[in-house]
Design a protein around this ligand. Structure first.
Ligand SMILES: [Zn+2]
Length: 334
């Protein structure tokens, strides 16, 4: 069994495998741009960010009903559990669905039905994090937060995703202030493609407790020093970074540098159906490419639980951390 871990950076829409896409397309009468699953799997080998985003948003059209979202989340949880994920904090993008006529309630109730039985079926505890699309106006994000108010019992926090450059965190100051007022936890993508200043802004203006990606913090030593001092976790996604060309090859990934600097780094899958692997696959890939040893892998697993939003269930966090400390690393399979 792989090392127990929490997954903290996972877009549920990015877990749509070709087989499920075809099944849902048929059920809902939605045409797909490819003839069969083999052709679709081939299309998943996109070459750049724009071709990824075109495919990603195009395929969302197959998600229509609450049951579709339940199936999507259940399939992810089954795969994640196989790879040692014991706790998952799952992102979803309501604006991408509302824009296609699928209301907030359908999305949240559908995902929620899968999350409600995740522990029993897969042994995975869960939280839900609602992300705003940063390339849409702040007013749209605010309207989305408003639409989520009847469902806040199911939503732990808010995040910020999609195309980063040219869309600085400060644009969403009021939305995050309102989210804080509603008692929601706050995270944001920053420093994936955007500059270190976006990471500072996410911390200072949006009040985020965790930075998604944060890779480019390394360009600013004083920012690194602050992230270390304040123990701000970074949710890294190594295979995603290679596919979207944030790093050239996995061997050049700065994960080890970040661990050595004392950053609270975690390893996650981002959009696993599209980027070549789930959480355990990402652990295995960095282990092989960077030559990480058992204690570095244990640190990554420990960090994932320390960085998770389990403040309302500290006993559970303690149990997970004890599992990490007791884990014996074998020759393969992290
Ligand atoms: Zn992401």
């Amino acid at each position: 069994m792989p090392v127990p871990k929490a997954e903290l950076h996972l877009h549920i829409e990015g877990t749509l495998e070709p087989e499920l896409a075809f099944a849902l397309a048929e059920r809902n009468g939605v045409p797909l741009p490819c003839a069969d699953t083999a052709a679709l799997r081939e299309a998943y080998r996109f070459s750049d960010l724009q071709s990824f985003l075109d495919l990603y948003y195009g395929l969302m059209a197959v998600l229509r009903t609450a049951d579709d979202f339940t199936e999507l989340a259940d399939a992810y949880l089954a795969r994640a559990a196989e790879q040692g994920v014991r706790h998952a904090e799952i992102f979803f993008d309501p604006q991408a669905h509302i824009a296609r006529g699928v209301p907030m309630g359908v999305v949240v109730e559908g995902l929620g039905a899968a999350l409600d039985r995740a522990e029993e079926r897969h042994g995975v505890s869960t939280r839900l994090i609602m992300c705003f699309l940063r390339d849409e106006p702040a007013a749209s994000a605010m309207a989305t937060l408003e639409a989520a108010k009847p469902y806040l019992g199911r939503i732990t926090g808010v995040g910020l995703d999609s195309a980063e450059v040219g869309h600085p965190p400060v644009t969403f100051r009021e939305v995050y202030e309102e989210a804080a007022r509603l008692g929601l936890r706050r995270v944001a993508h920053a420093g994936e493609e955007g500059p270190p200043e976006y990471v500072r802004e996410a911390l200072d203006v949006l009040g985020v407790e965790r930075v998604d990606h944060g890779l480019r913090c390394l360009e600013d030593p004083s920012l690194v020093e602050r992230l270390v001092r304040e123990r701000v976790p970074l949710t890294l996604c190594p295979l995603s970074n290679v596919r979207l060309r944030a790093v050239d090859v996995l061997e050049a990934h700065p994960l080890r540098t970040m661990l050595d600097a004392g950053l609270v780094a975690t390893v996650n899958s981002d959009d696993p159906a599209y980027f070549g692997g789930y959480a355990g696959d990402n652990f295995d890939a960095v282990r092989a490419a960077l030559g990480l040893g058992p204690e570095e892998l244990r640190t990554l697993a420990r960090n994932s639980f320390l960085a998770s939003f389990l403040e309302d269930d500290e006993g559970r966090r303690e149990r997970y951390l004890a599992e990490v400390e007791a884990y014996e690393f074998g020759a393969a399979g992290a």
